[in-house]
Every structure is written in structure tokens, then in C-alpha cells.
Design a protein around this ligand. Structure first.
Ligand code: ZN
Length: 213
């Protein structure tokens, strides 16, 4: 009798073990997948510029928007992006010539935001006056050690160490009048922290690899 029960118990245990194991492994897998997802996947906003905006050059100078998609509104969006910074701005931009952008960086620096600016050394040399203005205002600028190589990135992080406040824009757009009015370009604005973290790693890598201007 005892052996009969033992046989039944053993048979049941052997039959159920894979089912129970599969159940718990599945549960563990789902838990790990949920943990690996960011709590908020964030928003994405995409802005395209086209050569149709070439007449908006005058609107940039006059600071008056001709329409919702006017290049001047685009510039205002970017300046507001900098103005929203509470802790840090990490700008990695091949070419940046807008006084409005540089003013926003200087204002951020003056209100205690840590501003780090990486740019292309040759492009900075072309706009030497603007570069000196930023430097004399106390903005830290770094450039690639090898002048024959081009720093071609276009992205900017704001408050990147604070997941609830962090934001990023990236794309093909240089911060120039030419890019805003006469090119086909794209900029993506996002609060997705997974993407932001990847850009933050890249910025930090470049910052520690590059030289102060
Ligand atoms: Zn316009």
C-alpha cells in the first residue's frame, strides 16, 4: 500500500515539476521584463525643416513668425528648450551661430545651470567672436583633439541626470540660419529616458575625451 502511494506521489511530482517550473520561470521573466521597461516611455515630437522656409530668413531677423511653421517659431522652441533647464545643459553641436541660442546658454549659466558645450573646432574658429563671447561669459567649451576629424553631432541634453525632468533633442539640424530656412533637416525632441541615457553616455564619453578650448 505504502509503495503504491509512494509511486503515485512520485509520479505526480515528476509530472507536475516541469509545469510548476515553467509557471515560476514565466512569472520571473515577466517581472524582469516589467522592471527593464522605463516607468514612462516619454514623448516624441518631430520637426522637419524644408527649403520652403527660405523666405523666413527675414522673420528670424525681425523676430516675427509668418505662420505656425515659421523658422522663427522653430528658433523660439529651441531657445525655450534651453530656458527650461534647471540643472544642466549638455550641448553637442557641429555649428551654432544664433545669438539667441548663445544668449540662452549664458543666461542658464548665470542662473547656476551647469552648461557644457562640445563643438567642432574648425567651425568654432570660423565664428571666433561668438566663441570668445561664450568663453568670456564662463561657458565651458570642449573640442575634438584631432582637427582633421569632424565633430558632426547635433544634439542637446537638458537636466539629463533627473529622469522626471530630462529632455533631449537630436537630429540633423545645425543651429544656424541656413539650417532653419534653407535646408531639409529634422529634429526630434523627446523625454524618453532610455534614449536620453544613451545620449548622456555618449556626451560624457566625448566630454572626458576632448580638450578644453
Ligand atoms: Zn516665417
Amino acid at each position: 500500500m505504502f509503495y503504491k502511494y509512494l509511486k503515485i506521489v512520485s509520479f505526480t511530482a515528476i509530472s507536475l515539476t516541469p509545469i510548476v517550473l515553467t509557471y515560476f520561470l514565466k512569472k520571473r521573466y515577466i517581472m524582469l521584463m516589467e522592471q527593464s521597461q522605463p516607468p514612462d516611455s516619454g514623448n516624441y515630437e518631430i520637426i522637419f525643416t524644408t527649403i520652403d522656409h527660405r523666405n523666413c530668413k527675414q522673420h528670424l531677423y525681425k523676430k516675427i513668425a509668418c505662420s505656425e511653421s515659421c523658422s522663427y517659431n522653430y528658433l523660439v522652441t529651441i531657445v525655450r528648450f534651453f530656458e527650461s533647464a534647471k540643472h544642466s545643459i549638455s550641448l553637442c553641436m557641429c555649428i551654432s551661430t544664433f545669438n539667441e541660442v548663445h544668449d540662452a546658454l549664458i543666461r542658464a549659466h548665470d542662473r547656476g545651470v551647469v552648461v557644457r558645450f562640445i563643438s567642432d573646432v574648425e567651425m568654432l574658429n570660423i565664428t571666433a567672436t561668438k566663441k570668445e563671447r561664450l568663453r568670456s561669459a564662463g561657458i565651458s567649451i570642449k573640442v575634438q583633439p584631432d582637427k582633421s576629424k569632424i565633430l558632426h553631432h547635433k544634439f542637446c541634453l537638458v537636466d539629463e541626470n533627473y529622469p522626471d525632468e530630462a529632455k533631449l533633442f537630436f537630429g540633423s539640424l545645425n543651429l544656424t540660419c541656413q539650417a532653419l530656412t534653407s535646408n531639409w533637416d529634422i529634429t526630434v525632441f523627446t523625454t524618453n529616458y532610455e534614449t536620453i541615457s544613451r545620449f548622456r553616455e555618449e556626451f560624457d564619453y566625448l566630454w572626458y575625451s576632448f580638450n578644453f578650448l
